[in-house]
Design a binder for this molecule. Structure first.
Ligand code: MLC
Ligand code: AMP
Length: 512
């Protein structure tokens, strides 16, 4: 039997091919039959360019319907889809391209030449924000029927890179089973139906916007209003026609800071979902008071898709991520010994289920280190179950900053800063921020007599790091606090600079 993700999602709209799949802000409509035809054209185009099952297709392009058709086309052709954040610099791209060895790379037209010079054997095609470029033209030329390449549940559908606390980024290998099981479970858990209209404002190079939002919507056969990005004017323009929205907490704090967020504006809405970063209980309550809607918070990861969710019916508890999803097992263990802990105690969150990835791409050591022998994945998040079975995430054992729902690995930023002349060392931390939840801040020790400025460091980082990773502030310190083992005590730095972005109480929750 064909276990392909697309074959499973197709059940959501079979017999309803005339229903609207997607609408863009200029009012253009794509129906499910267009999704079938256009993804078939991309699948054929990929095969014509030599794609064979299991080959990677790396894609770094702006959000557009064509980008989605390329994604589904890749899945249908048996390829492995590898989406990349559009903010990544060419220097950052280098690593992904050499590690994943894609057969095809699709990038913005202005990057084609530079990427061609970097990959020896790959075909490089273009796609712009309007969905135009050599990739789209090749798909036009390949239009026609396509017989999907059958896949088994364990075959790879996608690789998404996620950085580690040490060393380079790791490619999380996601199978057809991982993606299909998560989409089908979420469709039921969140009561998604063909009647739903999803307001889609997320980027589509991460799990949240691509899998949690898009796959789940398609599994339900619903339609979506596809915004190019999160933009408050667009949100308030289209909210009155939507029924569901998914976002990171920053979306909700920005909406709350806007007077257009009223009960009338959300009268047509059925469900607001938050994830990717902690939703502050204040935000949860303020949203409830203002709109009458209780945001449903859930918990996921690149490696696992969605793990836990507050219930659709029943109490949604602020400060928690709800219950393990059907089919997903979650346990709390002692981080050192791995021994399961009793209810109420804080420990490592471990996850097992059909949603959990197959391992890290060409990295068996890391894979082995992050799984227990009985198949549980060690998430690096610390949590606790309460007496009613709700899971709360209380911290992270991994050194990671989550800024506006995007992960930043301090080590990567520290390495870039430490390499600069005049810098002795640095420590990068996350500091509470009213808009991004956490903001990246660098504490830098300069060499005696060195005059390197904040500006000079920022300029040097521009070439190396995507904008969202760059520190919002660089603070010069005399020395970094260390414990008796010589380890930098980041908790002391976080405490010291806790109020760096604090606002007067009247402004709390407003966008900066
Ligand atoms: C943009 N910038 C950010 C940033 N996004 N800086 C820190 N953190 C971010 N998240 C930079 C810009 O490059 C710019 O830099 C400056 O900040 C101001 O930009 P902006 O106009 O405010 O940014 P905006 O375009 O509004 O984007 C902010 C955002 C966006 C929050 C809307 O980042 C976003 O959509 N985030 C969602 C990310 C997401 O999908 N995460 C899910 C991961 S999956 P400069 O230097 O040019 O001024 C996952 C699993 C799970 O985690 O559970 O879901
Ligand atoms: P990523 O590697 O980008 O997939 O990020 C996954 C991480 O985001 C998780 O390991 C958590 O630390 C965090 N995360 C996701 N959802 C939530 C949530 N609802 N509350 C707190 N943290 C979350």
């Amino acid at each position: 039997m064909d276990e392909s993700l697309f074959a499973k999602l197709r059940q959501g709209f079979v017999g309803r091919e005339d229903a609207v799949f997607l609408e863009t802000i200029d009012g253009r409509l794509w129906r499910y039959r267009d999704l079938i035809a256009r993804s078939a054209a991309y699948a054929r185009m990929l095969c014509d360019h030599g794609l064979t099952p299991g080959d990677r297709v790396a894609v770094q392009v702006e959000k557009s319907p064509e980008n989605l058709f390329l994604y589904f086309g890749c899945i249908r052709a048996g390829g492995v889809y590898l989406p990349l954040n559009t903010a990544y610099t060419l220097a950052e791209l280098d690593y992904f391209l050499s590690d994943a060895e894609p057969k095809l790379v699709v990038v913005a037209p202005e990057r084609v030449e530079a990427v061609r010079a970097r990959v020896r054997d790959a075909v490089v095609l273009a796609l712009d924000a309007q969905g135009r470029g050599s990739a789209a033209e090749a798909a036009d030329a390949a239009a026609g029927d396509f017989s999907d390449v059958p896949r088994s549940a364990d075959d790879l559908a996608a690789i998404l890179y996620t950085s580690g606390t040490t060393g380079r980024s790791k490619g999380a290998m996601l199978t057809h089973r991982n993606l299909a099981s998560n989409a089908l479970v979420l469709k039921d858990y969140w009561r998604m139906t063909a009647e739903d209209v999803l307001l889609h404002a997320l980027p589509i190079y991460h799990v949240h916007g691509l899998f949690t939002a898009t796959n789940t919507l398609v599994a339900a056969g619903g339609s979506m209003i596809f915004l190019p990005k999160f933009d408050l004017d667009l949100i308030f323009r289209f909210l009155p026609r939507a029924t569901v929205m998914m976002g990171v907490p920053t979306y909700y704090t920005r909406m709350l800071a806007d007077p257009r967020l009223t009960r009338a504006a959300v009268a047509h809405m059925r469900l607001f979902i938050s994830g990717s970063a902690p939703l502050l209980p204040e935000t949860f309550r303020a949203f409830q008071e203002r709109t009458g809607h209780t945001i449903l918070e859930r918990y996921g990861m690149t490696e696992t898709g969605m793990n836990a969710s507050n219930p659709y019916e029943g109490e949604r508890r602020p400060g928690t991520v709800g219950f393990p999803l059907p089919g997903v097992e979650i346990r709390i263990t002692d981080p050192e010994s791995g021994r399961p802990l009793p209810v109420g105690e804080i420990g490592m969150i471990e996850v097992r289920g059909p949603n959990v990835f197959k391992g890290y791409w060409r990295n068996p050591e890391k894979t082995k280190a992050e799984f227990r022998p009985d198949g549980f994945f060690i998430t690096g998040d610390l949590g606790r179950f309460d007496e009613k079975g709700y899971l709360a995430i209380v911290g992270r054992a991994k050194d990671l900053v989550i800024s506006g729902g995007l992960n930043v690995y301090p080590k990567e930023v520290e390495e870039a800063i430490d390499a600069l002349p005049g810098v002795v060392e640095s420590a990068v931390i996350g500091v509470p921020h009213p808009d991004f939840g956490e903001a990246v801040v660098a504490c830098v020790v300069r060499a005696p007599g060195a005059a390197i400025s904040e500006d000079a460091i920022q300029r040097a980082l521009q070439e190396k790091l995507a904008a969202f990773k760059r520190p919002k502030r660089i603070l010069f310190v005399e020395e970094l606090p260390r414990n008796s083992m010589g380890k930098v005590q980041k908790n002391l730095l976080r405490e010291r600079f806790r109020d760096l972005f604090a606002q007067p109480p009247a402004m709390a929750g407003a966008a900066s």
